[in-house]
Design a binder for this molecule. Structure first.
Ligand code: RET
Length: 250
């Protein structure tokens, strides 16, 4: 079989399903924001904007924007490409990186405010996150394997900085809070770290090594994005609404 270099029906339908789910959850989060007092509203606003950006990026991809074509030279690694092909084109969904560069810092801010992370540590996590996403974009656009995997390596190092901030400094910061907040931070930060770790794996299998085709790439990211944004958001906001002490002092 020849590698699918473009999205088919499965991919297109999946993109539209996510457009609808992100729209619905955004509306729900804005609705929930109005129903809590303004002092409790920061998490709601952050979370609503996260799904709004995802909605916009998925709308772009579903309608054919934010996608470019990258040409690959066929080498002996590409066993699925007929010998008559010297090169092939693959779709690169760069709109994802625009979305991620804004929404992953906002997701980190949700967690950092919950834990009560210090300003300096929040800044380190956010900047490391930006470096991770932007070097990931360079990895996706790299022309040579050496560029692709070189950028990928920098992105992974930046990711380790985020893991350190959430798992080590985040836990240290939340240790001074009440036991409910402590337990909740442990669960939702653990959920986040497991989920986020799957992204670079999917990336390596799709855009990196082309082991899975474009349709599977779209479906895999769709499932991860739904868990990382709407599911994360509902979990955070419902729990936060039922707890008084997690109000950030902002
Ligand atoms: C890339 C490729 C380079 C290496 C690493 C990556 C990590 C990406 C992550 C993305 C998280 C996205 C989320 C989206 C929400 O909807 C850029 C894939 C480490 C962690 C949470």
């Amino acid at each position: 079989p020849v590698i699918d270099v473009k999205a088919g029906d499965v991919g297109h339908r999946t993109l539209w399903v996510v457009v609808v789910l992100m729209a619905i959850s955004s509306l729900a989060f804005y609705g929930m924001a109005f129903r809590v007092p303004v002092q409790k509203r920061l998490f709601h606003i952050l979370t609503a904007f996260i799904t709004t950006f995802a909605f916009l990026s998925y709308f772009a991809m579903a309608t054919g924007d934010g996608i470019s074509i990258k040409q690959y030279t066929v080498t002996e690694h590409h066993k699925n490409v007929p010998a008559t092909h010297q090169s092939y084109d693959r779709e690169i969904y760069w709109a994802r990186y625009v979305d991620w560069s804004i929404t992953t810092p906002l997701l980190l801010l949700d967690l950092a405010l919950l834990a009560g992370l210090s300003g300096a540590n929040i800044l380190v996590a956010v900047i490391a996150d930006l470096i991770m996403i932007l070097t990931g974009l360079f990895a996706a656009l790299g022309k040579k394997d050496s560029q692709t995997w070189g950028w990928y390596a920098w992105a992974c190092i930046a990711y380790l900085v985020i893991v350190y901030q959430l798992a080590f400094n985040g836990r240290k910061a939340v240790a001074g809070k009440d036991s409910k907040t402590k337990a909740f931070y442990g669960s939702i930060a653990g959920f986040t770290l497991i989920l986020w770790t799957i992204y670079p794996i999917i990336w390596g299998l799709s855009e990196g090594a082309h082991v899975i085709n474009v349709n599977s790439e779209i479906v895999a990211y769709a499932v991860l994005d739904i868990l990382a944004k709407p599911v994360f958001g509902f979990w955070l906001l419902f729990t936060h609404d039922s707890m008084a002490s997690t109000t950030p002092s902002l």
